[in-house]
Design a protein. Sequence first.
Length: 305
Amino acid sequence: KFIRGMSLMKKKLFYDQKMAAWLMCAPAMATLLIFVVIPFFMSFVYSFTNKQFVMGVNNPLRFVGLENYKRVLTSGDMIAAAKNTVKYTVYVVPALTILPLLLALLLNNRLKGMTIYRVICFSPQVISMAVVSIVWAFILGSSPNSMMNTIMGLLGILPQGWLKDPSQSLFSIAVMSVWSAIGFNMIIYLSGIQFISQDIYEAAQMDGCTPVQKFFYITFPMLKNTVVFIVMTNIVSSLKLFTQVLVLTKGGPMKSTISLVYLIYETGFVKMQIGVSAAQSVVFFVVVMVVSMIQSKVLLKEEKA
């Protein structure tokens, strides 16, 4: 009977495509349920309580209503983190939209050794952000002997504070992030450019089009969807600024680099205020969801166009 039952189950899995699909999706769905869905609902519940990392004897877990949300929305740290995150996005998104496109156009030429240059440009992407941040901590050191200040000295420029200067710290992190991510966006652009038929360029060449005219009338219009995709993904990625801040500045100096995600981490795991941190997480989730919905509408409009 057991062998017969196993045989019937194999036949059912083989012929019932719906059951087979659910079975194949089960590991991924279980992972999402355990590490994403359940923690989110726990955070949502904790955001209405006074939950702390270690609850005191005289401070039992209790319902506090919207107190945490009022505290979060009126907090100076939350406002500063939001401003820094928006400023970082303004720094990074245009740079990661324009520079990779120019680099892709340059590396699209069929020259000897071009593959090596493509690998070199893409190589920062395969290095973890933590390692990149540690390396750039030496490059952007505030001492006169640091690499960047040495180079600036050769140009006759006085040593700069970089990560130690509140007016330069966030921009310095943005430069490092652009250097790290430019290779990935370059590959996306390069694949889009190579998808464009060469017959179009040849026809334009016969009509006397210059390289600049080819770019503005052929390349860029046909890369419109690619540009939109890169802009949208970079916006979401910029909103999740965390590792660079954690490794390099810890939100300083003078909270000039504190980001929304780092503030959530600091509130929950440094100050141990889980309830407040959960409220911050819910607010951040709503912000990202609104941005994602706007992105979806823009992408749908581009597809219809």
